[in-house]
Design a protein around this ligand. Structure first.
Ligand code: COA
Length: 399
């Protein structure tokens, strides 16, 4: 089962769809009632140009777009769907077949035009996102691809910046957060704030971190992933200044478990707190297996960490995971006014007091972090986890 699950996750990967562009030379029917020969030539040129442009995309455009590209390419080059319907359990082939078949009798010329239009919109969307992430007025300085990091009024703000992916934490983002925390530890800020750009705080670990891995490389990938996670969580345990979470929207997975390592947590009333580990065949990280029972008691911690109970902001506050909840309409204004006032407190006194409060637990937290990462290395290789990933990607492929 594990091998076929990996195959499914892999088979939805971007490179595979890119390869599809190059199968079969494009054939143009000699008789067309609705297009002149010259117009057909233009459409054909645009189609070929779009195939070249597609190669320049840096980011995976998502399953929905990939399936549309696949379907339009097949329609443009082969005409209406002509292959037998795959079996229900052949999820990937079925999703592709459905996408192609849904184009019905769309003409090959129109399919070529639609394909070119779609590629052009993907290219423009990507360059707009890149410009936004790097634009100085947005606070990005181009050093981070997945974050916006700024230091102003003695506060270093580290903002997750993949809003179109609900700020899912890719491996790149894990590394960038480690770097941003290291910088904030050394610069002259009084404390660091972590928050999210857009609707979500973050949807947790990017589930694509587990995809596109050859079965023979699974063990190594799990080990490398666990090492990265251990370093990541370690950088929160060791952060020497106060750490503040400004939870602007829903928080999932590791973004929730880490909250026990923060010194102050403010939440919008739109935020929710969800750790669906057992649903994903995984296990808790971020030291939550130790810190959560201490914060909220074993019974409530188990409800969250074992049974996937999603908390509202008010519930999280009542359990002590969140300091205070604000109405979303005034959240940013109220929170930042308060943080600006806190940032003018004596910096060294704050840092030393934080270190004192955390010092008795630090060694224990590192030990818990190691144990959690060891267990996750096993879990990531389990059929339970792979099946859960397949379900997630399968959900996305059923458009
Ligand atoms: N990993 C990878 N991709 C993610 C993601 C994650 N954790 N969270 C969101 N995304 C991607 C989606 O795949 C989608 O990509 P696409 O546009 O390329 O298809 C995009 O972000 C938007 O998400 P979508 O699922 O369309 O939005 P939604 O509002 O229907 O659902 C979530 C949002 C967060 C509830 C849903 O995406 C989800 O359940 N994500 C997984 C959360 C999770 O299990 N995290 C790990 C915890 S350990």
């Amino acid at each position: 089962m594990a091998a076929s699950a990996v195959k499914l996750v892999r088979s939805l990967c971007w490179r595979r769809i890119c390869e599809i562009r190059q199968v079969n030379p494009v054939s143009i029917p000699s008789v067309h009632l609705h297009m002149t020969a010259a117009a057909m030539q233009v459409a054909q040129k645009e189609f070929e140009k779009a195939q070249e442009q597609l190669k320049l995309l840096k980011n995976d455009p998502g399953n929905e777009a990939k399936l549309k590209l696949y379907a339009l390419f097949k329609q443009a080059t082969e005409g209406p769907c002509n292959s037998p319907k795959p079996g229900m359990l052949d999820f990937v082939k079925k999703a592709k077949w459905d996408a192609w078949n849904s184009l019905g009798n769309l003409s090959q010329d129109n399919a070529r035009q639609e394909y070119a239009k779609l590629v052009s919109s993907l290219v423009s969307a990507e360059s707009a996102v890149q410009k936004k992430a790097a634009s100085p007025e947005e606070g990005g300085d181009g050093r981070y691809e997945t974050l916006i990091v700024t230091t102003e009024n003695k506060i270093t703000k580290i903002m997750f910046n993949r809003p179109d992916k609900k700020n899912a934490i890719s491996h790149k983002m894990y590394r960038e957060i480690i770097n941003a925390l290291q910088e904030a530890a050394k610069n002259d800020c009084t404390f660091a704030v972590i928050t999210g750009n857009g609707e979500y705080y973050t949807s947790g670990n990017d589930l694509n971190n587990f995809s596109n891995i050859q079965p023979s490389e699974m063990k190594k990938a799990a080990k490398d992933g666990a090492e990265l996670l251990k370093e990541f969580v370690g950088s929160f345990i060791d952060f020497p200044k106060p750490l503040v979470a400004v939870v602007n929207g829903p928080a999932i997975g590791i973004s929730v478990t880490l909250l026990g390592l923060f010194d102050l947590v403010y939440a919008s009333d739109k935020a929710t707190f969800h750790t669906p580990f057992s649903q994903l065949g995984q296990s808790p990280e971020g030291c939550a297996s130790y810190v959560f029972p201490k914060i909220m008691g074993a019974a409530k911690a188990s409800e969250m960490l074992l049974f996937n109970k999603k908390l509202t902001a008010a519930e999280a506050c009542a359990l002590g995971l969140v300091n205070e909840v604000f109405p979303d309409s005034t959240f940013q204004k109220e929170v930042w006014a308060r943080l600006k006032a806190y940032a003018s407190l004596p910096k060294n006194s704050l840092a030393l007091s934080k270190q004192l409060v955390r010092s008795t637990e630090k060694e224990k937290l590192h030990a818990v972090n190691s144990r959690e990462c060891e267990l996750l290395t096993e879990r990531w290789l389990s059929d339970e986890c792979l099946n859960a990933l397949v379900s997630f990607f399968q959900r996305k492929s059923k458009m």
